[in-house]
Design a protein around this ligand. Structure first.
Ligand code: MN
Length: 337
């Protein structure tokens, strides 16, 4: 966040103020160096590092989140998961515990609460280990046990049809079965982490998961308004299903990125000035389209890449509905819709 002191000269325009913000995964840690290592003598060094990575995300959101995370509870769930997943490995060969921690990190990135983080850490214990739901309930209480149970039940449902209506039914069924929305949020995080690490799965499995992600999980994230998860799910599924097209678009996008960023930056500065002239204070930022949205525009509208003009969008945030209509009026007078 920019800060100015009174001794600063008159503020000069920051040239990149409106340049498009890069899309980053929801669990990205911005200041990894600022976090204190976990002090838990009974954990191994690897375990301390894993837990520290999770806490780093929690700490970064501590200021802007309305929920306060009970780290002691999270650590208890982490230890339980470590014990029960001990000796289990993922298809990639890495220790299984990396997966529940990865899922919990994504949940922490979404600023979810203590019970959700615990359930994320425990989400595969009842399904894949000797742990029983009763054990989870005894150690962590009803709320967390119900979340874990919801996830265990959902994992039993598989999706096969390619039909749109079936996909819609399946999404509805998932939401109905979950009862608690946090189950769906953990499920989305679970899918996102699995998509990030899908490279070590057999090709047929990759294809199946990629299709499911595009038809079920990304639309679900979209309905819930969680764009930070939706775009990454779509790009990962796109890369999995159509690797050649994905790389082609990625290259095309990077080719003129600097010119495009500079243009959006100039347009943003210009718009800000014009809005100010009519008394509207606005927060303007650029946002790049993600690869899958470019691809689907090309396929759905039968366009070539160079016919897609809105590779970058501009976002204008104002304080009131009145200013919002005012801003759209100014925008339409500057650029014809
Ligand atoms: Mn899982």
């Amino acid at each position: 966040m920019a800060s100015e002191t009174s001794s600063d000269p008159a503020p000069t325009r920051d040239v990149s103020a409106h340049a498009p913000v890069r899309r980053v995964p929801v669990d990205r840690v911005v200041h990894p160096e600022e976090h204190t290592p976990v002090d838990a003598p009974n954990l191994t060094e690897t375990e301390r590092r894993l837990l520290g990575d999770l806490f780093a995300i929690v700490e970064e959101h501590a200021g802007d989140s309305i929920v306060e995370i009970d780290k002691r509870r999270v650590q208890e769930a982490f230890v339980f998961a470590c014990e029960h997943h001990a000796d289990q490995r993922r298809a990639s060969g890495e220790d299984f515990i990396n997966h529940p921690v990865g899922v919990a990190k994504i949940c922490a990135g979404m600023r979810l609460d203590t019970s959700t983080l615990c359930a994320a850490l425990l989400h595969d214990t009842v399904e894949d280990t000797s742990a029983s739901l009763d054990e989870v309930q005894d150690e962590f209480g009803d709320e967390i046990a119900q979340l874990v149970d919801g996830l265990t039940k959902l994992s039993g449902v598989t999706f096969q049809s390619r039909d749109d209506r079936q996909a819609e039914n399946y999404r509805k069924m998932m939401v109905a079965m979950a009862r608690d929305i946090r189950v769906i949020l953990i499920k989305l995080a679970d899918r996102l982490h699995n998509m990030r690490t899908i490279g070590s799965m057999p090709k047929a499995k990759q294809h199946e998961k990629g299709g499911e992600t595009l038809e079920i999980f990304a639309p679900l994230a979209h309905r819930l308004g969680i764009n930070a998860i939706k775009w990454e799910l779509e790009d990962l599924a796109f890369a999995t299903l159509h690797p050649r097209k994905y790389n082609e678009i990625r290259q095309l996008v990077s080719q003129q990125r600097e010119e495009r960023d500079a243009y959006v930056d100039r347009a943003g500065a210009y718009l800000e000035k014009e809005l100010k002239a009519v008394g509207i204070e606005a927060d303007i930022s650029g946002r790049a389209k993600h690869f899958y949205s470019i691809y689907s525009k090309m396929t759905k509208k039968g366009r070539e890449f160079n016919e897609i003009y809105d590779l970058t969008a501009m976002r204008v945030l104002v304080d009131s509905v009145k200013d919002c209509y005012g801003a759209i009026g100014v925008i339409h007078s500057l650029w014809k819709p």
